[in-house]
Design a protein around this ligand. Structure first.
Ligand SMILES: *[C@@H]1O[C@H](CO)[C@@H](O)[C@H](O)[C@H]1NC(C)=O
Ligand SMILES: *[C@@H]1O[C@H](CO)[C@@H](O)[C@H](O)[C@H]1NC(C)=O
Ligand SMILES: *[C@@H]1O[C@H](CO)[C@@H](O)[C@H](O)[C@H]1NC(C)=O
Length: 417
């Protein structure tokens, strides 16, 4: 090996765990006792810097039916840990290249990975495919990660039970530095599609994510305790948040994202657990929301156990098409039937800018700013907001609580009295 670009060539494979961690990179099941190395891997060298691994060379059937995670008692494919120091690393998910036709070399086709539907195969709180504790990974190649969530969704009790068991996230990135994810597709994840935890310097672009509108907790991208995160030019339609920015994030930029269906772009929910960290430096720009239940939502739990802050957030040039709640701050978030207490949220919201937000609202109240009576919102700015009702009928309205908004430019609906 000793190369600096690793290309993994995958054919149609039924169920895979694809683990990358400090010890190396491999395809392995989460139930494996340690990771076994394939030292004499039948890798073919292709180009000066690329290793292409054909999973069929390892004995995989790649027929869409056979469980190909382990072949002959070995994990399917491991790339040696010596490569952990290589920078940058590339993982490209491709299928076979069709043979040369008419003297022209066709582009490689995109690979397709399917997750096992047997929930007992996944570790507690594990992702289906995890990348962790690496620097300089690039994941690209246009392949699809299919979580096959349809059978799993009925087992997700999170929408009704706060102490639910989490189903696996399709792609989980843990403590990664300097990561690029480009041109991949994630469909029908059992839970979140993509999750970032404690990542620094992460760039995602040209990502496609889709799951049905009624699939539970299939958030497109969830970001937590990360910094220097940039997502752009992606298409996300799911049953839950398009992108959710959780606690402990700073310097997060989201641009040119098309969302819908789903619950829109959200900050939060914040203030559910003790010791949550602050959120700051969020920019959401040039996005289009179509048919989503929310456009931009900031949600914090009522009765939060600790205090925290979310500050310096800008939402700019956002188009809303038939969105139920285009702009909504909800500091009394409590999605379950009854919350333990009516105590106000202790998450302080400040320095929040909504600029050039236009389009249509499905509900009569297009702007809802419901701040905490314990810690009222500070420095909330609305500049050039133009939201009509989708029905084309009467005018949209605004609703405010525990907030004094600073308005400038166009204001449709009219400001809170
Ligand atoms: C990632 O960056 C953090 C902060 O600089 C550092 O502590 C950590 O060791 C780095 N991890 C890797 C795998 O490079
Ligand atoms: C606010 O966030 C932006 C974007 O991350 C950053 O460039 C700017 O320095 C922050 N401003 C303050 C006052 O922290
Ligand atoms: C808006 O969404 C509602 C509910 O999804 C739908 O019934 C209606 O046809 C949509 N209107 C437009 C103008 O797209």
């Amino acid at each position: 090996m000793g190369t600096d670009i690793i290309g993994i060539k995958l054919l149609y494979v039924l169920s895979f765990f694809f683990c990358v961690n400090g010890r190396g990179l491999g395809l392995a099941s989460s139930g494996a006792n340690g990771v076994q190395m394939l030292e004499r891997s039948p890798a073919e060298l292709k180009g000066a810097n690329t290793h292409l691994f054909n999973v069929r060379s390892f004995g995989a059937q790649a027929d869409g039916h056979t469980d190909d995670r382990r072949v002959n008692g070995l994990e399917l494919l491991i790339i040696q840990p010596a490569q952990a120091e290589i920078n940058p690393k590339w993982v490209s998910i491709l299928s076979h290249e069709p043979s040369q036709q008419h003297g022209r070399r066709p582009a490689p086709q995109q690979g397709y990975l399917k997750a096992t539907t047997d929930l007992s195969e996944y570790g507690f709180s594990a992702g289906w495919i995890e990348f962790g504790w690496m620097k300089g990974l690039t994941l690209t190649g246009g392949g699809t990660f299919d979580g096959q969530g349809v059978e799993a969704w009925p087992y997700n009790k999170c929408p009704i039970n706060a102490n639910c068991k989490l189903l696996p996230t399709n792609l989980k990135f843990i403590a990664m530095n300097k990561t690029v994810v480009r041109g991949i597709t994630s469909v029908n994840s059992k839970f979140f599609h993509i999750a970032l935890v404690e990542c620094n310097n992460f760039k995602g672009s040209q990502i496609k994510i889709s799951a049905p509108e009624n699939s539970p907790n299939t958030d497109g991208i969830h970001i937590e305790r990360s910094s220097g995160v940039y997502f752009s030019r992606s298409l996300i339609g799911t049953g839950d948040d398009c992108i959710s920015v959780g606690q402990g994030n700073s310097q997060v930029t989201i641009t040119s994202i098309t969302c819908g269906p789903g619950h829109g772009i959200s900050v939060g929910s914040l203030g559910k657990y003790p010791n949550e960290e602050d959120v700051s430096g969020l920019v959401v720009k040039d996005c289009t929301m179509t048919g989503t239940t929310n456009g931009i939502r900031i949600k914090t739990w009522a009765n939060s156990p600790d205090s925290s802050e979310a500050t310096n957030m800008t939402f700019e040039n956002i188009v809303m098409n038939n969105v139920t709640n285009p702009i909504i701050i909800d500091q009394a978030y409590c999605p379950f039937m009854s919350c333990a207490s009516k105590a106000p949220s202790r998450v302080k919201l400040s320095d929040i800018y909504f600029k050039n937000i236009r389009g249509t609202s499905l509900s009569a109240v297009a702007v809802t700013l419901k701040c905490s009576r314990g810690t009222p919102c500070q420095n909330i700015y609305l500049q050039d907001v133009h939201l009509d009702l989708s029905s084309g009928e009467k005018h949209a309205t605004s609703s405010c609580r525990n907030v004094r908004v600073k308005y400038s430019g166009t204001q449709i609906p009219p400001p809170c009295a």
